[in-house]
Design a protein around this ligand. Structure first.
Ligand SMILES: [Zn+2]
Ligand SMILES: [Zn+2]
Length: 291
């Protein structure tokens, strides 16, 4: 398992940050996460990124769409800006030879799942057209708050089917989002069930990335509050998620606040590696968490 982190600095600085904290893989934003405006194309910076990534020996690179994106938005202005941002993110991700663009479908904001889907599907078709053989589009499961689409594997599977099982469409599973949407990923049986369900619907070969976050909020609360490794409600139990046999070849990306909200640091990476090591699959059953 590659242990990586979401790093600040974008295309220009994220690789250096990843190296500094000892990550095996990196996730980054291709534009400022607080503004809509996509950056101007910058081929020289993309070239430098590829060289630097190679030199650093990073095993996987993901671009994360900005959180403003809502492809299910009933509002046309938000929808158009979201689509433009997604197209730009995918173009840059292909240019830097990232392994995927991770995104949240968004929220139908009360207009209903089917209505949200009718908005999201044509947008996703446009983004999928821009994928490359290497750079996939990865749907992330949501925490389930406020009409978000992707709160369950069933919803992701519906999107997958309605996009005709597009060959470059994959999935990113977030441990915190699963937990707050009601799947106790600290319980081996509950985790097995979700993995089997994914295998039976979308297919495990489509699972390309994991987000590894502890949670500040309780099981089933639908509240998206990441916590540092070992410091949240899951604590040691997050080891069950890290140790699942189906996940061992995947990159696992931390999206935690770290110290003083400065993002994942060397300590978080180290704690995750240690937790993974002591939760090895063979010992997993014996280490079943309490509760
Ligand atoms: Zn995530
Ligand atoms: Zn989250």
């Amino acid at each position: 398992m590659l242990i990586g982190a979401h790093c600040s600095g974008g295309v220009k600085g994220a690789v250096d940050k990843a190296v500094e904290i000892g990550a095996d893989a990196v996730q980054l934003f291709t534009q400022s996460p607080r503004t809509w405006r996509p950056p101007n194309p910058d081929p020289e910076t993309y070239e430098r990124f590829r060289a630097r990534r190679e030199e650093a020996g990073l095993g996987a690179v993901f671009c994360h769409a900005i959180y403003l994106v809502n492809l299910a938005a009933p509002n046309d202005d938000v929808y158009e800006k979201s689509l433009a941002s997604m197209r730009s993110t995918m173009e840059i991700a292909c240019a830097i030879e990232a392994d995927g663009v991770v995104f949240h479908v968004g929220s139908h904001l009360g207009s209903g799942f089917e209505h949200g889907l009718e908005r999201a599907l044509p947008a996703l078709e446009q983004v999928l057209e821009r994928c490359s053989e290497r750079t996939w589009l990865l749907m992330e499961n949501s925490a389930g708050a406020g009409g978000t689409i992707g709160r369950s594997l069933e919803e992701l599977a519906t999107l997958f089917e309605r996009l005709d099982r597009h060959p470059r469409l994959g999935v990113c599973l977030d441990s915190c989002h699963l937990f707050v949407s009601g799947v106790d990923v600290t319980d081996p049986a509950a985790l097995d069930e979700v993995v089997e369900s994914l295998d039976g619907s979308i297919g495990l070969d489509r699972l390309r990335c994991l987000h590894v976050n502890d949670s500040k909020a309780p099981l089933g609360s639908n509240r998206d509050r990441h916590e540092n490794i070992l410091e949240g409600v899951m604590g040691e139990g997050l080891g069950t998620f890290l140790a699942h046999p189906a996940f061992q070849e995947l990159p696992a990306i931390l999206e935690v606040a770290g110290l003083d909200n400065r993002g994942p640091n060397a300590d978080e990476i180290r704690k995750t590696r240690e937790l993974h090591a002591r939760s090895a699959p063979t010992k997993r059953r014996a280490r079943r968490p309490k509760g």
